[in-house]
Ligand binder design. Structure first.
Ligand code: NDP
Ligand code: HEM
Length: 482
């Protein structure tokens, strides 16, 4: 006898053997009555849940949000009150690659945060870029299709990617960002995160503000060059997961400053840019970043599948003091994420430990597959038998007036709205000479793939010329387009 536990079936019955199936004689055929063998094979066949339709490859960690400044004049959200500490889970990811794809390929990186607050879970499901490729969710699935694989040969296709981008000029800002070296961050620890959308904050008096979140790395920005990123694809395709895991394991806890930009509610209507357009930033000269706290990652998950693969972030998880803005992309995401979780993990995904709020749940939703905690009677509201009662006063301040025609249309233009003005500012005012050289060569390398047609190359040159004529000229030279 050893002190090791006895293997059991999933029903806890001692297993008959770890090695041998039940057969008729040592050389004979197997018996259907070997229910243990059948359980092992049947369970194995069901080990996978579908991978995320986007952001399939990623890694995660637990940590803490610490608020150091008083922002109670802007929001009553409990997690943002000075001195407050809130546990969190973060998941970093690439977007287009599958679950087994390489970490260092050029792509935006997901930067998804789940805060376990005393008012339930608050999720900020952002990226390492402050903007996005499109501004209307009608184009989201088409955009993703163009970045993933063709229908005929299952290959990714740069011609298809440039086709979508050049037909969607609103993508220029994000594509510029993507083709700088920030499109290939050295590690997840060395990149910023952004909530990207504009959100609503409201305080205890019901006063409203618009807010953008910025998470600024305290490790410093570090990127791979295109060549370094590609070399790492073969050297260690799991480089980013490994880097984060090992850093936390050795006690080197990565951290980010939590900054916000705040716009008084009334200023949105006349702001020079549409402040809800996800392809635009709010320039710092108009709305400076204010540091309100810090996040620090302190603990690795113990089980990748249970805690990272089954983590379910949802932009619709918002707590009192925070609300959505009219950003059309955000509005669509409020539906999309809980819907995909119900399909991918199952309708009771919120009962899994990584998703479970740290406060009691008093909901009238019940039953469904894999449910193990259920409400007791009464099972309906309103009731006269002591069941939970909603408190609408918690959301006072959230409401505001909207009216208009029911219409399918682009956003109303604000004074300086233009698809190219902000990427041009990035090129002209922010990028160093080396950054610009790398931007050009990264674009040229990507657009030189054999499947990119001559006609497409002309469109690519035109696209970049719209951002800046010098950039257009440099790309034309690199692609041999006259
Ligand atoms: P600022 O000069 O005040 O800000 C420039 C911003 O660009 C900083 O946040 C800086 O972040 C970031 N940045 C620096 N180097 C790069 C790079 N290689 N790639 C991408 N971002 C970089 O100017 P504005 O606020 O007026 O913005 C000018 C342009 O900067 C925008 O059009 C946008 O393209 C870009 N930008 C703006 C942001 C914003 O929220 N206003 C955020 C990020 C980019 P840091 O040095 O900390 O990394
Ligand atoms: C993941 C939809 C835009 C960031 C996902 C998933 C879906 C989705 C279905 C898979 C979720 C899962 O299976 O867990 C959409 C739609 C969008 C949109 C419909 C627009 C209409 C954005 C934008 C950002 C973003 C603008 C960032 C600002 C993320 C992140 C993940 C993700 C970080 C991974 C979350 C995780 O780590 O589990 N998105 N998305 N998405 N999306 Fe989006």
């Amino acid at each position: 006898m050893t002190d090791r536990p006895t293997t059991t079936t999933d029903a806890g019955i001692p297993a008959p053997s770890d090695e041998f199936s039940l057969s008729v004689g040592p050389n004979g055929p197997l018996l259907l009555q070997d229910h243990y063998l059948i359980q092992k094979m049947a369970h194995f066949n069901r080990e996978r849940v579908p991978e995320r339709v986007v952001h399939a490859k990623g890694g995660g960690a637990y940590g803490i949000l610490q608020i150091t400044e008083d922002v109670s004049q802007f929001t009553k959200a409990k997690l943002f009150q000075k001195g407050k500490e809130t546990e969190l889970f973060v998941r970093f990811s690439t977007v287009a690659g599958e679950l087994g794809s390489a970490d260092t390929v050029r792509d935006p990186r997901g930067f998804a945060l789940k805060f376990y607050t005393e008012d339930g879970n608050y999720d900020i499901v952002g990226n390492n870029t402050p903007i996005f490729f499109i501004r209307d969710p009608q184009k989201f699935s088409d955009f993703i299709h163009s970045q993933k694989r063709r229908a005929d040969n299952h290959l990714r296709d740069h011609n298809m990617q440039w086709d979508f981008w050049t037909l969607s000029p609103e993508s220029a800002h994000q594509v510029t960002f993507l083709f700088t070296d920030r499109g290939t961050p050295r590690t997840w620890r060395n990149m910023h995160g952004y909530g990207s959308h504009t959100f609503l904050w409201y305080n205890a008096a019901g006063e409203k503000y618009w807010v953008k979140y910025h998470f600024k790395t305290e490790q410093g920005i570090e990127n791979f060059t295109d060549a370094e990123a590609k070399a790492m694809v073969s050297e260690d395709p799991d480089f980013h997961i490994r880097d984060l895991y090992n850093a936390i394991k050795r006690g080197d806890h990565p951290s980010w400053k939590v900054n916000v930009q705040i716009m008084p509610f009334e200023e949105a209507a006349d702001y020079r840019f549409n402040p809800f357009d996800l392809t635009k930033v709010w320039p710092h000269s108009d709305y400076p970043e204010i540091t309100i706290g810090r996040i620090i990652l302190t603990r690795n998950p113990e089980n990748y599948f249970a805690e990272v693969e089954q983590a379910a972030f949802e932009p619709s998880n918002m707590v009192p003091g925070v609300g959505p803005s009219p950003d059309k992309m955000l509005q669509a995401r409020l539906f999309s994420y809980p819907d995909t979780h119900r399909y991918r993990i199952g309708p009771n995904y919120n009962q899994l430990p990584v998703n479970q709020p740290k406060v009691p749940v008093h909901s009238y939703n019940f039953d469904g597959p894999m449910r193990y905690k259920n409400p007791t009677d009464p099972v309906y509201a309103p009731n006269s038998y002591g069941g939970p009662v909603a408190d609408p006063s918690l959301y006072e301040g959230e409401s505001y007036h909207i009216s208009g025609e029911i219409i399918r249309s682009a956003y109303t233009k604000h004074r300086e709205d233009d698809d190219f003005v902000q990427p041009r500012a990035l090129w002209e005012n922010v990028l160093s000479e080396t950054d610009r050289e790398h931007l050009v060569s990264n674009i040229v390398t990507h657009a030189s793939a054999p499947e990119v047609t001559g006609e497409m190359k002309k469109r690519i040159v035109e696209y970049w010329t719209n951002v800046h004529k010098d950039l257009g000229q440099a790309v034309a030279k690199g692609l041999g387009v006259s």
